[in-house]
Structure formats: C-alpha cells, structure tokens
Design a protein around this ligand. Structure first.
Ligand SMILES: C[S@@+](CC[C@H](N)C(=O)[O-])C[C@H]1O[C@@H](n2cnc3c(N)ncnc32)[C@H](O)[C@@H]1O
Length: 203
C-alpha cells in the first residue's frame, strides 16, 4: 500500500467496516470508502464519523471519471463476480498518473487445499463461517498480470505477503508485522495474499 498517494483523494473499494479508510484519514489522507453491504457501511460510518462512505459496487463505481488520485482494495477482489469490470471501473475513476493497489487471496500451497476443505466441512456439516465456501477465487501472478495489463494499467508490481491485517489488535498486529518478513523470505508458501499495484498512464 506504500505506492498509494498521501495527497489527493483515495477510493477504497470493499471498505468493509472502514478500517483502512479510518487509518488513511488519521494519517492525514482523504479517503472515500465504497462497499456493497449496507451493514458494513453502517458500521464504518459509526467507526469514523468524519470519513466519507458510500454504498455501491466496485463493478459499477458511483463516481465520475478521473475523480481519484488512488484506488485501494483489501481482501475484496477474490469475491467480486467480474474482476475485469472492477479493474475497468477503477481505471475509469482514477486520474491519469493515479495509482492502484489491490491485495487479495493468492494461489499458494496453503490455499490450494481450501476448496477440498470446504467440501469436507460441508459433508460433515461443519457450519462455521471460516469453513464456508463463498465461491472466492485464488489468484496467481500470471492471472493478476493479465488482468492489470488488459485494464490498461502500467508499472505493475506484484508482491506476496502473509497474514498481518489492520483488523488485528496490538500486540498481535505488531507481532505479525515482525514475523511477516521472515515468513515471506523463508517460507513463501505461507505468504498467500497477493498484492498488486499499478498506475493509470498519462496519455
Ligand atoms: C473480507 S471483507 C474486507 C473488508 C475490508 N477491505 C478489510 O480489509 O477489512 C470483503 C468486503 O468486500 C465487500 N464486497 C464484496 N463484493 C463487493 C463488490 N462487488 N463491490 C464492493 N464491495 C464488495 C464485502 O461487502 C465486504 O465488506
């Protein structure tokens, strides 16, 4: 997320309860959160009263073209029905020269077995949200590269990261951030989140 601009306006697609928007705002940035879920937006509005949140889908963004300096999206892309539409919309709403950063579930040894786990839990009637199949897609590097290039983005950079999420409370988040570099370097199969950044070129 370090590629995102500190100035201007950022759009966070699938902002959920507004964690990233709130953090961006506290760091002096100006961000708008967009989510398909009314409930999530309600919670987000309670979390950050001075932040801006809107209900809508990333596949048909309710903002005009060339409106944002940055677009972010954390752990959403894998659940979106049309990833092509979301990227094309992100491209449209970004100003020329604007940046995009997306982190989503990647295909790694650890995540390859998840669909099989879902099937097992369905057979033995495990009814826990963690074991529920949301039809999510696990992306590999080649797929993400293709999607970003086809949407028109340049300067695409792909990184893998592990498990530290802003949802974690300290000292868990602090610990996770410390362990992450070790995991990513020594046990890369455990770094299952794929993070892709790019730019809308100046034409
Ligand atoms: C796993 S949560 C991640 C929330 C937040 N980004 C975070 O990291 O805490 C996924 C979020 O994506 C939202 N979402 C799913 N599909 C969406 C779509 N097509 N457009 C906008 N939001 C969507 C869900 O409502 C949910 O809030």
């Amino acid at each position: 997320m370090s590629v995102l601009p500190n100035e201007g306006v950022l759009l966070d697609i699938g902002c959920g309860t507004g964690l990233f928007v709130e953090r961006y705002h506290k760091n002096g940035g100006n961000a708008v959160g967009l989510d398909i879920s009314t409930k999530m937006i309600e919670v987000a509005r309670t979390r950050c009263k001075s932040c801006d949140f809107t209900i809508g889908t990333g596949e048909k963004i309710p903002f005009g073209s060339n409106s944002f300096d940055g677009v972010s999206s954390l752990l959403v892309f894998s659940y979106v029905k049309s990833p092509e539409a979301m990227l094309s919309e992100a491209y449209r709403v970004l100003k020329p020269g604007g940046s995009i950063a997306i982190c989503t579930l990647g295909k790694k040894l650890l995540t390859k077995g998840i669909p099989a786990l879902y099937q097992i839990s369905e057979r033995i009637n495990v009814n826990h949200v963690v074991m529920k199949d949301f039809g999510e897609h696990y992306y590999n590097k080649k797929e993400m590269e293709g999607l970003f290039t086809n949407a028109g983005f340049s300067d695409t950079v792909i990184k893998w990261c592990s498990f530290a999420h802003i949802d974690m409370i300290d000292p868990l988040f602090f610990l996770a951030k410390k362990i992450e570099p070790f995991v990513e370097e020594r046990i890369p199969q455990l770094a299952y989140n794929i993070c892709v950044s790019g730019k809308k070129p100046h034409r």
